[in-house]
Write a protein that binds this ligand. Sequence first.
Ligand SMILES: [Zn+2]
Length: 550
Amino acid sequence: MKGVISLKRIFKTGVALALSLSLLSSQLIWAGVNTAEAAGKKVKNVIMMIPDGMSVDGTTLARWYNGGQPLAMDEMACGLVRTYSSDAAIADSAPAGSAFATGYKSHTGYVATLPEVANMPGLRPITEEDKNRPVATILEAAKLAGKATGVISTSETMHATPADFTAHSTSRKAYDDLSEQQVYNNVDVVLGAGWKFMDGNNRKDKTDLISVIKNKGYDYVTTPAALQASKSNKIWGLFAPEALAYEMDRDPAKEPSLAEMTGKAINVLSQDKDGFFLMVEGSKVDWAAHANDPVGVISDILAFDKAVKVALDFAKKDKNTVVIAVTDHGNGGLTIGDAGTTKTYDEEPLATFINPLKKAKLTGEGIESKLNADRSNIKEVMATYFGITDLTEAEIAAIKAAKPGSMNYAVGPIISKRAHIGWTTGGHTGEDVVLYVYAPNGVDRLTGVVENTDIAKYMEEVLGLSLTDATKKLFVDANAAFKAKGASVELKDSGNNNMVLVVKKGATTLELPINTNIARMGDKKVELSGVIVYNGGRTFVPQDAVSLIN
Ligand SMILES: [Zn+2]
């Protein structure tokens, strides 16, 4: 397989060295999908859609569940994507999404930041200079080019995948940092959930980010009605304290569907004459797969597919938009057929697999709210909402013992067993995943087996952007750059973990609060072209911050 692929691969080493001193612009020795064809087919807009953790059997299952007619994304299937990270065969969402966003493979937990180790076959080792270095995302590059930008997720907006396009950290768990960077990164439309993490009372820095959003001129909305009614070109919509509900469990008066959010974002962003970049994540396909809950998987794959239809319909009309849909990695090892069908697999009617799933009215997560506090109504709830009337004592005990928030981990396996849906793990899996692309001319497609990092390169090509140039503009090593100008640099805590980089030269003092795009000089406040990132060792600032010191 490797031999076949490398026939088409080209060395870009010389070009890379000429373009960049330390920042490696071609991480893979043998990588390189031929994007030359794409280069001649520029478009104004890209909509990148990620059904997180969607294994291909989940897609097949969702299609059968839906009666077998094609999914919206089916006509876009064009290739396979390798999902491994810089030092592991099975990817975590943070580096897997970062690969799409930045063109670099990275380490577990890393958000749009280069790893310390790149040792998977074919990867160039990371230089000392590049370790833990933030790198520009396609969203940030699009923004520099004057395009409108948006991110949508059904998880909290600071969760790994949306963060991968809008923030930078060596830890996906650093919600305080990630959400603050998102707020100051001037994304035009942000839709999803997680207002709890924006509330000053719940943050170490005590900063109320919702007030910041409002002060920055966003229309802050919390209901589907307010979202639809908004006339603003800057919208920040958070519809739940943490994640949104699965589509099957969703209250349409309280939370919009992924398709609704996608439609609204496209309406707003497409007003920009320079075009737009939009990332849409169906976040909870992954969560259901972790729980081995096939109902949650189906629920949110179908919801994702409806959002794809909205994007595809727009793109076909617009004729200037590329739509890419691809998961970041497999999850759960879901199979249609399990150990119970070893001898009968080719005799089982479709109903064997689908009928038990069709009886479910809620996902494994949705069931939880129907149970009494003392869980005395397990049998009734499972009969009413899951159509299961033959629970074993062990299954009842498992439901009773389920911790709050993890009921899907208890009931997922129970319904899987009855539907003969197999699972091999509660974690991610390392297989290649299906790539779905729509491009206006129908020919400039990513075909064959490509790397997840090739998706970023393809987007760069069709949008006419340079991620390497964007990184050089947005992430300059502050210490080196200011010292070269004869200034002193000091990182200070201004209280409540609010770190500020203080730069002094002669009578001039420049203050650069970490995670913001603000520069202060005396009474003067300047908005920078990107956010200030502290990676735990070094601080990186946009070039325009460096230019403020003469
Ligand atoms: Zn993921």
